[in-house]
Each structure stands twice: as C-alpha cells, then as structure tokens.
Design a protein around this ligand. Structure first.
Ligand SMILES: NC(=O)c1ccc[n+]([C@@H]2O[C@H](COP(=O)([O-])OP(=O)(O)OC[C@H]3O[C@@H](n4cnc5c(N)ncnc54)[C@H](O)[C@@H]3O)[C@@H](O)[C@H]2O)c1
Length: 282
C-alpha cells in the first residue's frame, strides 16, 4: 500500500508541525483535535509558520498555497476513514493513546498504519493493546517539527518489516533524516539528553553555578545552540520529569531519577515557556 492520505491526531505543538510537514510534502493531510479551540489556534500557527518559510526564501508562495490546499482540519475522528497512516500526537498518556487507537480501529481500514509520536511510552505496549500489532510503530519527531531534521523510528517487537520500510520511506519523503532506535525507555535522543538536563538541575541545586552560567558554559563549552536549562524550559519541565520517571521505572537505575529541584519546579507548576515561568521567566 502506498501512503497518500495521512491523519494526524492532536493539534498541539507537535501535531501541527507534523501536519504542516506532511501537507508541504504533498500528502493529503487531515488534522484532528478533540478541542475546537485548539484546531483554530493550529490553523493560525500553521499559516504563520508557512508565511515565515516564504519570507525566509525557504518555500515558494505557490508551495505554501499547495500545502494549505492539502490540509484539512477536523474535530471528528470519523473523517479519517480514508487514512493510510495515522500519526498520533495527543497527550503523553498511555491509556489515552491506547483508547485513541482502539476508537480508530473501528473507523480506518485494517491496512492503516498506526504511528505514535510518544517521547517515552513503550511502542510495544501500544502495539500489543491494538488490533494490529504488526502495523504499529514509533515515529518520534523533534520540536519544532518544520525545522528539526530528525525523526527517530522505533519498531515495536511485533512490527512487520514492511511497515518499518514504509515508515522510513515516508520520513524521507517528508525531507527528514532518520535513525532507528530499539524500543527501550527514552529511545536514543532522550536517553542521552534527559540525564544531561537532570545533571544541569543538580548543578543548579548544588549551587555550582547560576542558571545563566550553567547554560552559557554548556553552550560555549560543548557547542550546543541552547543550554540545558533553557532547553528544559522549551521542552516543558513537566515533560522532562515525566520522561525521567519513565526511564527510572523502565530501567530501574537511580541515575535516571528526576532531580529534587526539577520536581520542585513541577510542583510549583513552573513548567517553562508554556506557563511563562520555569527556570527562567518569560
Ligand atoms: N513537546 C515536545 O517537545 C515533544 C517532542 C517530541 C514528542 N512529543 C510528544 O508528542 C505528543 C504531543 O505533545 P505536544 O507537546 O504536542 O502536546 P500538546 O499538549 O501541545 O498537544 C496535545 C493535543 O492533543 C489533543 N488531544 C488530547 N487528547 C486527545 C484525543 N483523545 N483526541 C484528539 N485530540 C486529543 C489536545 O487537545 C492537544 O491539543 C506527546 O506524546 C509528547 O510526548 C513532544
């Protein structure tokens, strides 16, 4: 089966970026969200993001129009009937993701591939709870999706080789570079990134440096575009803690246990950029 129609479920920061990139690459794309207001917001942000690419000379004006023509927004899962592939980017909650794929099974064809953009939930567990374990796979895009080149592809233990092949092909058709990761907590990127972020919180908690000094040290000392604390605020401190919790539970090693200072920020609901306050104020 050739993938032509893509359904993206969840129109938050990740889903809107994924839908934009799919539409820009010529796929008929339907973006669905449970909240009408979120769909409205995503229309505006996708249009603004495409405008910016045109202004920077990275996209022709006609290509922007074609991308918008390829894209539909909808509040109903029922409109995904023709989808060859669903990419879910809903809330990071296992029951919600499993429930979504169960509902979709009643709507889409039995050949439709289910991909999850989860940062931390085991793909094998999502696949096992579905009616199509051979057709489930992890497709972990990076934020912001239209800019970041990488997609981590995570086959479940049950994923069929032909599903994997189709998803690699699709990611390349979206202009992305791929790496394959085994289905273990954190996959590749978060397995290495989250301990670094956690250590930056320990450095801050132990008074080794100010937030600015820690970030500047890592930016200039290790040639990273953002310091670890600034990056944690961008990802969301709640999300960082959640991923570390999953890694700690899944790998059973104390070194993945979230730093008490990170937990304190989360208790205070200082989640980072999205709440206007994290390590820094916005
Ligand atoms: N934020 C990141 O940097 C990042 C990076 C990679 C992967 N991810 C993963 O992507 C997923 C989405 O993250 P996000 O940051 O875009 O979240 P978000 O909170 O911005 O968006 C989630 C959206 O899903 C919608 N939603 C929730 N339940 C739904 C349902 N049952 N049906 C339809 N819509 C539903 C919500 O209304 C919301 O608009 C998560 O699994 C997250 O772990 C996030």
């Amino acid at each position: 089966m050739k993938i032509q129609n893509i359904g993206v479920v969840g129109a938050g920061q990740m889903g809107q970026g994924i839908a934009q990139v799919c539409a820009q690459s010529g796929f008929t794309t339907i973006l669905v969200d449970a909240q009408e207001s979120q769909l409205e917001r995503s229309k505006l942000s996708i249009a603004t993001s495409l405008e910016k690419l045109v202004a920077k000379g990275k996209l022709q004006s006609e290509q922007k129009d074609t991308a918008l023509a390829n894209l539909q927004w909808n509040a109903q899962l029922g409109d995904l009937k023709k989808a060859d592939l669903i990419i879910e980017a809903i809330v990071e909650n296992e029951d919600a993701k499993i429930g979504l794929f169960r509902s979709l099974s009643e709507i889409v064809s039995s050949q439709c591939i289910f991909a999850s953009n989860t940062s931390s939930i085991p793909i094998t567990r999502i696949a096992a709870a579905s009616d199509r374990p051979k057709l489930c796979i992890g497709m972990h895009f990076m934020n912001p999706v239209p800019i970041m080149k990488l997609v981590e592809i995570i086959p479940a233990l049950t994923t069929d080789p032909s599903t994997k092949e189709q998803i690699f092909e699709l990611a390349h058709a979206l202009g992305k570079t791929t790496v394959e990761s085994k289905d273990y907590p954190g996959f590749i990127v978060n397995r290495i990134l989250m301990p670094m972020i956690n250590e930056a919180f320990y450095a801050l908690m132990n008074g080794i440096g100010s937030p600015e000094a820690i970030d500047q040290g890592m930016k200039l000392g290790t040639n990273q575009p953002m310091g670890p604390l600034e990056l944690a605020d961008f990802i969301g401190l709640d999300t960082c803690k959640y991923i570390l919790d999953v890694m700690y539970q899944g790998l059973g090693d104390q070194r993945y246990s979230p730093c008490p200072l990170l937990c304190k920020y989360v208790e205070a609901r200082h989640f980072g950029r999205k709440t206007g306050r994290g390590v820094y104020e916005y």
